[in-house]
Design a protein. Sequence first.
Length: 72
Amino acid sequence: MAEQWFMRDLREHLGLTQDDVARVARLTQIRISILERGEDSPTDNERKALMRPFIARAAGRALEQIILSADK
């Protein structure tokens, strides 16, 4: 299961905790942990839900960069 390392690395890179991801994706922290350890594969619905916190954080960071660069 190649997804687990990618999910964990992406989460950590974006500065998100498992609780952060779980809250936005409407899953439990335990489920996030199980998926990251590769003990189970996410369902199609879970995959879509898991993109929400990652996209939101990445978009927020991009917007922050745009705003900060406009101030210069």
